[in-house]
Design a protein around this ligand. Structure first.
Ligand code: XMP
Length: 525
């Protein structure tokens, strides 16, 4: 997609778990922003013509052997820079300041005392109380800290523990904060980022759903011309919004193909067909590929292998079905920004591959469609905004995310129809109970059942049972990159457990997953 007509901020990622949040906060301020590894080549970054840089935090000390550095082009560009945490230390270290090494981390809330309330960084701050006019809560998470500011910098704020919790070289437009403005625990943090991009970098507020839709409609029309596009509809938010957007751009040149791979949740396949064919009036081909998938997944237990098989099969079935449709030139996908980043795509060479999300990394290289991916640069909440702006119903737009490989990565161990049905039923009980308790939006952003590849002994009636285990997974998350386990009411958990053990044949035990991400991931595979 073209972004050259937007004022752009580049976030350089130094490995903080909050790096994506920084980018999201900037976009929430209606300014376009992209996240790149700090080691991305200068040409890639400068080609975007950024209006400013933000340096993220990270786990290193500037004194570590081989620690990530500040690339020369950043300061040479003469553009504004905001360093956060490690980013601050890099900025100070590189310009002649002193960073004190420390083994002791400062982690948690701190009270920021502002020395220069008139600095643009603090514009419009609602300060904590009249009694302490210049104080505000911020979130700290650091070991090292800046002990001496470099020449040209002056302190803007301090905490008990950090004499330079915020500092700036106002003339050069270099700003630095030791605290994390991107996290919710810094209540005025969004304003710091918004102030930086608007009042220091001078960016316009032109990153809006309406602009995005207009641009993408144009971009899709340009890319596609008179060609025809197929889109794999999964029923999830991303592919639905992509379909609606592309449909708006090219109408009946788009054909949606829905592959029922047998890995969907209860009742989902029928619902997808009803929604898109009847309600949205799109061209939709529904393919029953259940047998085919089951055959190729037989005996496979490795998660990455499951993903690869599913991803590859998906494209092959597409090709086959698309061939039946005559000339098809493009494959559209609902790939979104976190998929791209987490799959350690081409522009993030030093990130670890945690999981290969099948709609990105799992595509075979010999695929003979050109891709149309209008949501590739969007975060999930932006996708939802676009969906709403396109007139899609709330029930679809606010649907919890469901992974491309579906129940295959929640059915741990071998995938058989019987085990899938077991999992589907248990999952439906859990999700229905959550829906009934009205807990599916605010209280947990993703919740599902997982079928474990272990058996345990139980007793039912007077008999011994030796059956499978269901794990319940429910998380709260803002961005699916970090997550906490949802504190669900005991009564609800008790009801779910009782119902699963009684209603799902082959399951005699229910456990609750209480792992946050990190160190866990949301899915079990
Ligand atoms: P993890 O398990 O990595 O999940 O914490 C983060 C989010 O990504 C979803 N997920 C996937 N989505 N293909 C997808 O399209 C995949 O292979 C895949 N694996 C995980 C997961 O459901 C969660 O929302």
């Amino acid at each position: 997609m073209t972004t050259s007509n937007h004022d752009t901020i580049v976030v350089l990622d130094y490995g903080s778990q909050y790096s994506q949040l920084i980018a999201r906060r900037v976009r929430e301020a209606n300014v376009f922003c992209e996240l790149f590894s700090w080691s991305t080549p200068a040409e890639t970054i400068l080609a975007l013509k950024p209006r400013g840089f933000i340096l993220s935090g990270g786990p290193n000390s500037v004194y570590d052997h081989g620690a990530p550095t500040l690339p020369d082009y950043v300061l040479a560009s003469g553009l504004p820079v905001l360093g956060i945490c490690y980013g601050m230390q890099l900025l100070a270290h590189g310009r002649g300041g002193r960073v004190a090494s420390s083994l002791k981390r400062e982690y948690g809330p701190a009270t920021l005392q502002i020395n220069e309330p008139d600095n643009p960084l603090f514009k419009d701050w609602r300060l904590e109380s009249d009694a302490e006019p210049n104080s505000q809560q911020v979130w700290m998470s650091h070991g090292d800290k800046v002990e001496h500011l470099p020449p040209g910098f002056r302190p803007l704020a301090h905490t008990d523990n950090s004499p330079f919790a915020a500092a700036a070289d106002v003339d050069r437009r270099y700003y630095a904060v030791q605290f994390h403005p991107e996290v919710v625990h810094t209540p005025q943090g969004r304003l710091v980022l918004s102030n930086f991009v608007h009042h220091v970098c001078g960016c316009a507020s032109d990153w809006t759903p309406a602009n995005f839709i207009e641009e993408q409609v144009t971009a899709v029309r340009e890319q596609v011309g008179n060609g025809r596009v197929v889109l794999g509809l999964s029923g999830g938010v991303d592919s639905a919004v992509a379909a609606a957007l592309i449909h708006k751009a090219i109408g009946s040149q788009l054909v949606c193909i829905f592959v029922d791979h047998g890995l969907l949740r209860q009742g989902e396949a029928a619902q997808v067909v009803a929604t898109f064919q009847r309600e949205q009036g799109m061209k939709l081909v529904a393919v029953n590929a259940v047998e085919e998938y089951l055959e190729s997944l037989a005996g496979i237990t490795d998660p990455e292998q499951k993903r690869r098989i599913i991803g590859e099969k998906f494209v092959r079935i597409f090709e086959r079905e698309a061939n039946k449709l005559g000339q098809i030139d493009f494959l559209a996908q609902g790939t979104i920004y976190p998929d791209v980043i987490e799959s350690a795509g081409k522009d993030k060479k030093d990130a670890h591959v945690i999981k290969t999300h099948h709609n990105v990394g799992g595509l075979p290289e010999d695929m003979d469609f050109e891709l149309v991916e209008p949501l590739r640069l969007l975060f999930k909440d932006e996708v939802r905004q676009i969906g709403t702006a396109l007139g899609l119903p709330d029930s679809l737009v606010w649907r919890q995310p469901f992974p491309g490989p579906g129940l295959a990565i929640r059915c741990l161990g071998e995938i058989t129809w019987e085990r899938l049905e077991r999992l589907r039923l248990a999952d439906d009980i859990f999700v229905s109970e959550l829906r009934q308790a009205n807990m599916l939006r605010q209280d947990t952003q993703q919740s599902f059942a997982v079928l474990l590849p272990v058996k345990s002994v139980g007793v039912m009636g007077d008999g011994r049972t030796y059956q499978e285990v269901i794990a319940l997974r429910a998380v709260t998350t803002e961005d699916f990159m970090t997550a906490d386990w949802a504190r669900l009411p005991y009564d609800l958990l008790a009801r779910v457990s009782r119902r699963i053990v009684n209603e799902v044949e082959g399951v005699n035990r229910v456990v609750l997953d209480i792992t946050s991400k990190p160190p866990g991931t949301i899915e079990w595979e």
